[in-house]
Design a protein around this ligand. Structure first.
Ligand SMILES: C[S@@+](CC[C@H](N)C(=O)[O-])C[C@H]1O[C@@H](n2cnc3c(N)ncnc32)[C@H](O)[C@@H]1O
Length: 187
C-alpha cells in the first residue's frame, strides 16, 4: 500500500499530541447530544477523543495512515472505538445530510468546504479553525483561507461564533499565525 502524508507524524508524533481545541470545549453546549460527527483531517484526533467521551460517534478521516493507526491504538487503550479511514479529502464525496456536526481544524480544501453543506444534517453545526492568508508572511496562498473565504461559503448559516485571531503553534519557536475560528449552524 502506498502511504502518503505520514512525514509529519514519523518523526514528531509527540509534538502533535494534545488536548481538544478550546473553540470546541468552550462551546460544548452547541455539540449534538448524540449521532455521527465528522472530524476531517483528524491527525491524532485528540478532538475525536473529547467528542467520544461525550457520547458521539466520530468518523476520523485523514490522509496519514500513521496518524490514524496511532489515534486508533491510543483510544482503544482507553476503551474508545474510533471509526477512521485513510482518505485524500481534497475533493471527496460525502453522504447527504449524514453528520450531526463537522469539525475542520487546520486543514483547507475549498471543494470540501462546499461539500460540508450537503453532508451536514439540517440544524447541524460546523466548527472550523483555519489558517488565514497574511500578506507578506506566508508564501503559498492556496493553503490559506483568504479574507471572507469562509463567510462566503456559510453566509446563509447562523453564525454562533466568528473570530480572527493570532495563535501560537505547538512549538513556541514558531511565530503566532493568523487564524479564523467559526462556528456556524446549517439552516
Ligand atoms: C495541521 S494537521 C491538523 C490535524 C488535526 N485536524 C488537528 O488539528 O490536530 C493537518 C492534517 O491534515 C492531514 N492532511 C493533509 N492533506 C490531506 C488530504 N489531502 N486529505 C486528508 N488529510 C490530509 C494531515 O495528515 C494532517 O493530519
Amino acid at each position: 500500500m502506498r502511504c502518503v502524508g505520514n512525514a509529519r507524524y514519523k518523526s514528531e508524533m509527540d509534538r502533535y499530541e494534545r488536548g481538544p481545541y478550546k473553540l470546541v470545549e468552550s462551546h460544548s453546549e452547541l455539540l449534538p447530544k448524540e449521532g455521527i460527527v465528522l472530524e476531517a483531517a483528524a491527525g491524532l484526533s485528540p478532538l475525536g477523543e473529547f467528542l467520544m467521551w461525550r457520547g458521539l460517534t466520530v468518523f476520523a478521516l485523514d490522509i496519514s495512515l500513521l496518524a490514524l493507526v496511532h489515534a486508533k491504538q491510543r483510544l482503544e487503550k482507553r476503551g474508545l472505538d474510533l471509526a477512521c479511514a485513510v482518505m485524500d479529502l481534497v475533493d471527496r464525496w460525502l453522504p447527504t445530510a449524514f453528520f450531526s456536526a463537522i469539525f475542520n481544524f487546520y486543514f483547507l480544501s475549498r471543494p470540501l468546504l462546499e461539500r460540508y453543506h450537503v453532508a451536514l444534517k439540517p440544524g447541524g453545526f460546523m466548527f472550523c479553525e483555519i489558517l488565514l492568508w497574511n500578506e507578506g508572511e506566508v508564501p503559498n496562498k492556496q493553503h490559506y483561507l483568504l479574507p471572507g473565504g469562509l463567510e462566503d461559503k456559510f453566509g446563509a448559516w447562523k453564525i454562533y461564533f466568528k473570530n480572527e485571531t493570532w495563535k501560537r503553534g505547538r512549538d513556541f519557536a514558531v511565530q503566532p499565525r493568523k487564524i479564523l475560528q467559526l462556528i456556524a449552524q446549517k439552516p
